[in-house]
Design a protein around this ligand. Structure first.
Ligand SMILES: NC(=O)c1ccc[n+]([C@@H]2O[C@H](COP(=O)([O-])OP(=O)(O)OC[C@H]3O[C@@H](n4cnc5c(N)ncnc54)[C@H](O)[C@@H]3O)[C@@H](O)[C@H]2O)c1
Length: 256
């Protein structure tokens, strides 16, 4: 495994699913992890799990849609660590099922604020400190919906394409500053996020089969299979990687 020894890291949405797996993998690779969540119960559970296995983590209550709270989180992390924040993972995200016709403005606004603006607010807040130290890694959670169109996922596809756009635009502008920005694009991952979608269908088993079918590997990923890529992108071993759409999709997009 790649080393994150002594790195100060923030993982948003780390109280569940992929974010929790990333936080745990970061801690077991030697990083200090801020578990940034608006779900206090889930976030504190992740912190407890990390501490139980000998890692170092702190809970941070934040709603990533709120710019002031995002700025306060970064201020706290910098103050507690002598101006350092090495890694930011913008993982908090929400989904929605609907076409353009069945997606109300309020639905699109909610997904835009969590999936896109959360990453925008936190990246803007942390960048000056990263630029001053000429080092940093920002990792955004995209999706295969950042690369391909996805049926009945209008708001999700739009906002995840925007997350990949944010990644590429920032990577271009940051150039050789020492700050790298990448986007992980997973296929379906077995998390509460997917379980919630399944419950929206009359026949969850049938829908599960439909979800898995486009993946060449004919299964969903486990959160730990995404976390490994985040550890790599956070580590110094990925120094030549920026602006990438790091696809981990069991072959979903291979035939697209
Ligand atoms: N599960 C999948 O199949 C899949 C596939 C591709 C991409 N993704 C992306 O990966 C990320 C994590 O997904 P997951 O499946 O682990 O989801 P999840 O629902 O299990 O966890 C998401 C976490 O984000 C937190 N969160 C939501 N809104 C927040 C806010 N405003 N402020 C702070 N925290 C907030 C939630 O409390 C939750 O703990 C998301 O960005 C999602 O779009 C998931």
């Amino acid at each position: 495994m790649f080393s994150l020894q002594n790195k100060i890291t923030i993982v948003t949405g780390a109280g569940s699913g992929i974010g929790a797996a990333i936080a745990e993998a970061f801690a077991s690779s030697g990083a200090m992890v801020y578990v940034a969540e608006y779900n206090e119960v889930g976030g504190k559970e992740t912190v407890a799990k990390i501490e139980k296995s000998g890692g170092v983590a702190k809970f941070a209550l934040v709603d990533v849609t709120n710019e002031t709270e995002c700025q306060a989180l970064i201020k706290r992390v910098l103050e507690e660590n002598g101006g350092r924040c090495d890694v930011l993972v913008n993982n908090a995200g929400v989904g929605h099922v609907g076409t353009i016709l069945t997606t109300e403005p309020a639905d699109l606004d909610r997904l835009w604020r969590v999936n896109f603006l959360g990453a925008y607010h936190l990246s803007r807040a942390v960048l000056p400190a990263m630029l001053e130290r000429k080092t940093g890694s920002i990792i955004n959670l995209g999706s295969i919906a950042a690369i391909t169109g996805m049926e009945s996922r209008f708001a999700y596809t739009v906002t995840k394409h925007a997350v990949l756009g944010l990644t590429r635009s920032m990577a271009m502008d940051l150039g050789s500053s020492g700050v790298r920005v990448n986007c992980i694009c997973p296929g379906r991952v077995q998390t509460p996020f997917v379980d919630a979608r399944l419950r929206e269908y009359a026949d969850p088993q049938e829908y599960l089969q439909q979800m898995v079918a486009p993946h060449t590997l004919k299964r969903m990923a486990q959160p730990s299979e995404i976390a490994g890529a985040a550890v790599y992108l956070a580590s110094d071993e990925s120094a030549f990687v920026t602006g990438s759409a790091f696809v981990i999709d069991g072959g979903y997009t291979a035939g697209k």
